[in-house]
Design a protein around this ligand. Structure first.
Ligand SMILES: *Cc1c(COP(=O)(O)O)cnc(C)c1O
Length: 365
């Protein structure tokens, strides 16, 4: 039990619980646990839901990004431009393939990669752009895609927080060469463990990724290229199949809570970032304040749990100390000011109203 009256959220099954238990039982009795019929079926169902031609189930969202980069032949000596404001795993995936993450600053209003900053970060070693569709909202693909085309760069979409999101009406993950999704339990579609998927409209690339996730095998014991071992397992695939039919309704619920937050926070002393794309799926509802610690304490005292996504800019993580230094003042500022309010499909209208009232009762010092 949470000590909060309004907890941030919980990934425990709800209306999907019976379907999940049935799925688990089906896999337990099947005798088939890795790369079997559940993964094949989930790949088809997730591709259809995501508006993509192909989906490839993999071990995690991080592996999904690394596998796409590997599939593009990106490795040592190559640079990949990405954002300082994301889960650190975005940049760690670049380092996993031996390439160098280069950080371009964010647009402070949208919180995703600023195309002008990306343009300044391009060098002869740049191979790809890795925008993150942060908090459930697409990056500015209308600006990034022409930039990438002009410099002959691949675009790899980190869609780990953006299941069912669209960018100017186009499904995320299908705009660049491929998109990476995570099914970490707290994501908009979560497994009961780790899981990930890659979507792409390129059939040959999908076939290559299917090999690369499975040790580079073409058939059993024949390894054509040095792949990874990163497979979505049958149990998680079956659980995800049980949950996927609810995803659209859950996404609608998130959007309606977000609209309620926007109305309820109109007069509050916090900054509510505006919505840039109606395809936003509100993985998180993030506001900004210069008095973050005080706001979090005030809300905790009212029984409301909040989190920070993310407190440390990726280039300032000790794990990246040997990487190229970054100049991202807007990313740094965001990391000092952002705070995530409770957001999940089961948040009641009364809960949102209570959170709004508590935020409105807060006054910046
Ligand atoms: C969760 C997440 C990842 C990593 O996904 P895992 O499945 O935990 O490896 C990468 N990027 C972003 C933006 C994420 O939110």
């Amino acid at each position: 039990m949470s000590r909060f009256r309004i907890p941030f959220g919980s990934p425990a099954p709800r209306e999907d619980a019976a379907a999940i238990r049935a799925a688990i039982e089906r896999v337990v009795s099947s005798g088939w646990y890795v790369l079997g019929p559940e993964v094949t079926a989930f790949e088809a169902e997730f591709a259809a839901a995501a508006g993509a031609a192909h989906a490839v189930g993999v071990g995690t969202g991080t592996d999904a990004i690394a596998l796409i980069l590997k599939g593009l032949g990106i490795g040592p000596g190559d640079e990949v431009i990405t954002t300082p404001l994301s889960a650190a795993y975005t940049a760690l995936a670049v380092m996993m393939v031996g390439a160098r993450p280069v950080f371009a600053d964010i647009d402070p209003a949208r919180h995703t990669l600023d195309a002008a900053a990306v343009a300044r970060a391009i060098t002869p070693r740049t191979r790809a752009l890795l925008p993150v569709h942060l908090y459930g909202q697409a990056a500015d693909m209308d600006a990034l895609m022409p930039l990438a085309a002009a410099h002959n760069l691949s675009v790899v979409e980190d869609a780990c927080q953006a299941h069912l999101a669209t960018a100017s009406g186009r499904p995320v993950g299908t705009i660049g060469i491929a998109g990476a999704f995570s099914f970490y339990p707290t994501k908009n579609l979560g497994a009961l463990g780790d899981g990930g998927a890659i979507v792409t409209n390129d059939e040959a690339f999908a076939a290559k990724l299917r090999r690369l996730r499975n040790g580079g095998q073409t058939n059993r014991y024949h390894h054509l290229e040095p792949g990874m071992n990163s497979r979505l397992d049958e149990m998680q695939a079956a659980i995800l199949r049980a949950r996927l039919p609810y995803l659209q309704a859950w996404t609608h619920a998130r959007r309606s809570r977000a609209a309620q937050y926007r109305a309820g926070l109109a007069g509050a002393a916090v900054h509510v970032p505006c919505e840039f794309d109606a395809g936003h799926v509100y993985h998180l509802f993030v506001v900004r304040t210069r008095s973050r610690a005080a706001l979090q304490e005030h809300l905790a005292n009212s029984g409301i749990e909040t989190l920070v996504h993310y407190p440390v800019p990726i280039p300032r993580q000790p794990a990246l100390a040997n990487q190229q230094p970054a100049d991202c003042p807007e990313g740094n500022r965001a990391c000092d000011e952002v705070v995530s309010l409770p957001m999940h499909p089961w948040l009641s209208a009364d809960d949102v109203q209570d959170v709004c009232a508590a935020v409105c009762a807060f006054h910046e010092e």
